[in-house]
Design a protein around this ligand. Structure first.
Ligand SMILES: [Cu+2]
Length: 569
């Protein structure tokens, strides 16, 4: 704006200020994430755990819609990891998706990597977490992402205040060590010791009374609560005693507001709810409970209320011209060995995912062969009554890195079917990277392709990144494959994920640069198994040289090897 004009034209100045607020540019933010071990005490026990910037939960990222965030992740831990931005589409930028062995190789100890997190359509609450299908690091390495509207306001009355509530799982020991062992033995995962809200167990838990998370609110106000389900394995109900909740958003998109006494979040889901503090001043419990098997109707009833705003400002674009249809079974399974011992597995369409040695994205982009195969099937290999009592294990899942290739712009419909193999049907939280999708419908039993589509919501279906696949039931989603890259698709529940309930969608480039994958950043972590680069090797040798030199001086001797090293350095 021309400042010189201001004194002479005060009216014009106000007008220009008004305009400049409207066209405010998308911002660029920078964060440093230092991942390191730190001691935490809960339930009367102290343990060391991996966290970001010494915090549990980790730091919140605040942006406006359309901003870009550079997050420099410094790994001070003792094993490799990646960070994923859950529900962030990252248009054309799979390089910063942070999916271990799918979009990148892990950031090794003492290394760093800068993610460029590109926000586009998301508005509301999302979260970030360590992302691996071979460990549970995300249990302690996670935090919230808040995306404010850009140049507009909320599609609901502006709240007086807001609060983030992150729900987590607590183990009193290093659960990752146990998971490592489980991956070797193929046995079941341990049960957690407590659930936490913002890092603290409830006040009924041992040694927790003083530390339990408390939130002080004023009477007669409206607050926006941002809920994040960062639990390792569970979906849950959440309620606040004596108060109704008005649900206004989910997974970073708005909903038609509806009022309810409880909400339900799938594993990995986020939700925005309003609360009016209209009850007499006092203390009210905020509580998460796990659904029992009889509660699944309550879960379904709640989810039926989820409807997109479908307004002029927030339209829906439900794909109608489906070019790829997939019917994907999600199963627990096991391989029984000759000695009657067994190994647990999980699968999608009878394929149990195994990470390749180089990440899928790198292999696809550089045309490397032998890393993955493109034969992930569009339907299960065997049809049977998927939801019957199925104690036996005759389906023999195949292990491998099988991916599904999609042309750019395809309109995809996927029906997920939960099977009851091992009589172990469970709700699954189906998550796709790089694409949000419309949830058209869900139901119990085997999917019926004649009857069930009649129930689809094609008008205002919710737009999610993570959705519940009901126990012994089905779930139909649709999306347009308009984000080129290699994108993971899996069950977010940690125990299903580590056993292989995972695959990858590769979306090919479109016809021009605007519809093609960006070039990779120059500093992608290397996939070499050796933790040392050439530079590290020389640093290592230099340190050894200095040590040896001191040692030699003490002894008063000269070692020829040292001379040689000195020459080289
Ligand atoms: Cu699952």
């Amino acid at each position: 704006m021309d400042v010189a004009l201001a004194p002479a034209f005060p009216v014009l100045l106000l007008f220009l200020v008004g305009i400049s607020l409207w066209v405010v540019e998308a911002e660029v933010h920078h964060y440093d994430f230092v991942v390191a071990e730190k001691n935490f005490t809960r339930l009367c026990k102290t343990k060391s755990m991996l966290v970001v910037n010494g915090q549990f939960p980790g730091p919140t990222i605040y942006v406006h819609k359309g901003d870009t965030v550079f997050v420099n992740v410094h790994n001070h831990g003792d094993y490799g990891l990646t960070i994923h931005w859950h529900g962030v589409k990252q248009p054309r930028n799979p390089w910063s998706d942070g999916s271990a062995y799918i979009t990148q190789c892990p950031i090794e100890p003492a290394k760093n990597f800068t993610y460029e997190v590109v926000f586009s359509e998301e508005e509301g609450t999302l979260w970030w977490h360590a992302n691996s299908n071979r460990d549970w690091t995300r249990n302690t390495v996670h935090g919230a992402i808040v995306v404010y509207p850009h140049g507009s306001s909320y599609p609901f009355p502006t709240p007086h205040g807001e609060q983030i509530l992150i729900f987590g799982t607590w183990f009193t020991y290093d659960v990752n060590k146990v998971i490592k062992e489980i991956l070797r033995t193929g046995k079941d995962v341990p049960i957690s010791d407590a659930y936490t809200i913002n890092g603290q167990p409830g006040d009924f838990c041992a040694c927790s009374k003083e530390m339990t998370y408390r939130w002080r609110v004023d009477y007669g106000k409206t607050y926006l609560i941002r809920l994040v389900n960062a639990l390792m394995n569970e979906e849950f109900f959440f309620a606040i005693a004596g108060h109704d909740l008005t649900v206004v958003g989910i997974d970073g998109s708005y909903l038609k507001p509806f009022t309810t006494s409880y909400v339900m979040l799938a594993t990995g889901q986020t939700m925005d709810v309003l609360i009016e503090t209209n009850q007499s001043p006092g203390r009210y419990y905020m509580a998460e409970t796990l659904p029992s098997y009889t509660d699944y109707d309550s879960a379904t009833r709640f989810r039926k209320n989820l409807k997109s705003l479908a307004s002029k400002e927030h339209p829906v674009h439900v794909p109608r011209n489906i070019t790829t249809r997939m019917y994907i079974t999600a199963s627990m399974d096991r391989i029984v060995h000759a000695d009657m011992d067994y190994t647990l597995l999980s699968s999608l369409n009878n394929i149990s995912w195994v990470n390749p040695s180089t990440d899928v994205l790198q292999a696809y982009y550089r045309n490397l062969s032998g890393i993955y195969t493109s034969d992930f099937p569009n339907e299960p290999p065997y049809y049977f009554d998927f939801v019957a009592d199925l104690g036996d294990t005759s389906t023999h899942p195949l292990k491998g890195a099988k991916v599904k290739i999609l042309e750019y712009g395809e309109e995809v419909e996927i029906v997920f079917q939960s099977t009851n193999l091992l009589n172990a049907s469970d709700e699954h939280s189906m998550y796709i990277h790089g694409h949000k999708y419309y949830v058209l419908g869900e139901g119990y039993g085997n999917f019926n392709s004649t009857i069930d589509p009649e129930t689809y919501n094609l008008v205002d279906p919710p737009y999610l990144s993570t959705a519940s696949l009901p126990v012994k039931g089905w779930l139909t989603i649709r999306f347009k494959a308009n984000n080129p890259g290699a994108w993971a698709m899996y069950c977010q529940e940690g125990r299903h994920l580590i056993w292989g309930m995972n695959t990858v969608l590769i979306v090919k480039n479109g016809i021009n640069p605007e519809t093609s994958i960006r070039s990779p950043p120059p500093n992608m972590p290397s996939c070499q198994s050796s933790p040392f680069s050439e530079e590290d090797l020389w640093k290592f040798r230099l340190n050894k040289y200095i040590d040896n030199k001191i040692f030699a001086r003490i002894r008063g001797i000269k070692i020829e090897l040292l001379q040689m090293l000195r020459f080289k350095l």
